[in-house]
Design a binder for this molecule. Sequence first.
Ligand code: COA
Length: 183
Amino acid sequence: MSYSAQPVPSLKREPVIRRLAATDSIDDLTSLLHRAYAGLAAMGFNYTAVDQSADVTLARIADGLCFVAEMDSTIVGTIMYYPSGTKGGCPWYDRPNIAKIGQFGVEPSCQGTGVGALLLQRAEAEAALAGADEIALDTAEEAHHLVSWYGRCGYRFIEHAQWDGKVYRSVILSKPLHALNAS
Ligand SMILES: CC(C)(COP(=O)(O)OP(=O)(O)OC[C@H]1O[C@@H](n2cnc3c(N)ncnc32)[C@H](O)[C@@H]1OP(=O)(O)O)[C@@H](O)C(=O)NCCC(=O)NCCS
């Protein structure tokens, strides 16, 4: 099984990828998520990040590591990395040694410029460093642009999930990390 990082479009300016700091504003991060997910909301997908409160943002951060992309002292993207053993809820997520990602969003004006690919790579690198077998995520099965991008990044379909309160069915997608672990 070979690991291949997702292609990163050529960035005009490279963001710094770092851990969320105690001094970063959770309200600002929540607003960024709302802006990032507005397009999905307009498509009819009620992802949690569409309208979650700052308290929900904090609760979703508590179980894992929150990474942010910063450009010109402004946070323009974020991703959550959840180590294996956290964030269960479906058979694949409940397996041992499966890391996960979530709460993944980029400022709309920066989307399509490679910021998301860098954040995804950072979460994958954390998972590989921790010795996870795979890293998994979920998204709406009808969000075809996302399902196909994740496919190009090396994620394959595992199973469906129906989360409480969601109007859409989700797909669980997962990417093996064995080769990265070995390097
Ligand atoms: C999904 C998301 C986090 C990816 O971040 P990003 O910075 O846009 O990602 P990248 O620039 O690295 O590119 C991702 C892919 O999507 C395409 N893409 C995404 N948004 C795009 C946009 N607005 N314009 C053009 N292309 C876009 C890119 O071309 C690229 O595909 P490719 O590498 O095969 O060419 C970001 O688009 C986003 O916040 N979307 C809304 C929220 C969301 O969908 N979150 C994930 C839920 S599972």
